[in-house]
Design a protein around this ligand. Structure first.
Ligand code: ADP
Ligand code: TYD
Length: 218
């Protein structure tokens, strides 16, 4: 059977895997483990995160650590801009990599905005504000590492010296609820897998592997 040019172009694209979860859920640990496993299978991915290291991302980091103060609506807008730059910038933008056939794994994407900013404003507004990004690139799959706020805070407290703006238990409870609400709201257009993150790193890594390996033809 003949494939059309647009079909071919799509099938040559890399996968885009987005990891989500409340702070301290174990996302970066699992991204590292997945990346190693993919490498062992001959697949090299580009790993990245939001907020990014761009000038917009640096501004966000300074706000999150309390060095700069601003309104929550301003932060939500900065994340929209950081995400578009993450996708589109000419030096290391995600879109160019995906279209060039490289798979990308990101620590947080627009579901983070839906979950975190809906604590202070309507989720519909946050989804609308991110419409450009979701039109440009939806994740092949979003992997949500689910832990209770208690577990997350315990893990954070063991390993970090300072707590950022969002790492308070009551807030994390709302953020986790918002994630679930967003997954329900967008279940028709987004592929999401929820993984029990309360287990050992190895058990979680096995579940992640089972969820994503098929996308890499493994
Ligand atoms: P995130 O990127 O979601 O903030 P991390 O991967 O940095 O989370 O994990 C937060 C902390 O919890 C780290 O110190 C990490 O070593 C630890 N951790 C990660 N996964 C587990 C796990 N399954 N069990 C116990 N501790 C974990
Ligand atoms: P960071 O320490 O970089 O990440 P992590 O906790 O995952 O190790 O902090 C990023 C913080 O920014 C985290 O609390 C979630 C928040 N955030 C938003 O509020 N909106 C967003 O759109 C994104 C991507 C993150």
């Amino acid at each position: 059977m003949q494939t059309t040019a647009s079909e071919k172009k799509k099938s040559d694209r890399g996968n885009f895997i987005a990891f989500e979860g409340i702070d301290g859920s174990g996302k970066s640990t699992q991204i590292e483990l997945l990346n190693v496993r993919l490498k062992q299978n001959g697949i090299h991915c580009y790993t990245t995160k939001e907020p990014t290291d761009s000038p917009i991302g640096s501004l966000i980091h300074q706000i999150l650590t309390g060095r700069i103060r601003t309104d929550n609506r301003v932060i939500a807008g900065l994340f929209v801009a950081d995400r578009l730059d993450h996708l589109l910038n000419e030096v290391d933008g995600i879109m160019a990599k995906i279209e060039g056939g490289t798979s990308v794994i990101t620590d947080r994407y627009y579901f983070s905005s839906y979950a975190y900013h809906s604590v202070d404003m309507p989720m519909e507004w946050v989804i609308k504000a991110n419409e450009q990004s979701s039109a440009i690139l939806k994740p092949t799959i979003t992997v949500f590492i689910d832990v209770t706020p208690e577990t997350a805070i315990e893990r954070i407290a063991k390993n970090r010296f300072h707590k950022e703006l969002f790492e308070k238990k009551s807030r994390l409870t709302l953020v986790r609820e918002n994630y679930m609400k967003a997954f329900r709201l967008l279940e028709k257009e987004e592929k999401v897998i929820i993984i029990d993150g309360s287990r050992s790193q190895e058990e979680i890594a096995d579940s992640v592997w089972e969820a994503v390996k098929g996308y890499f033809g493994l």
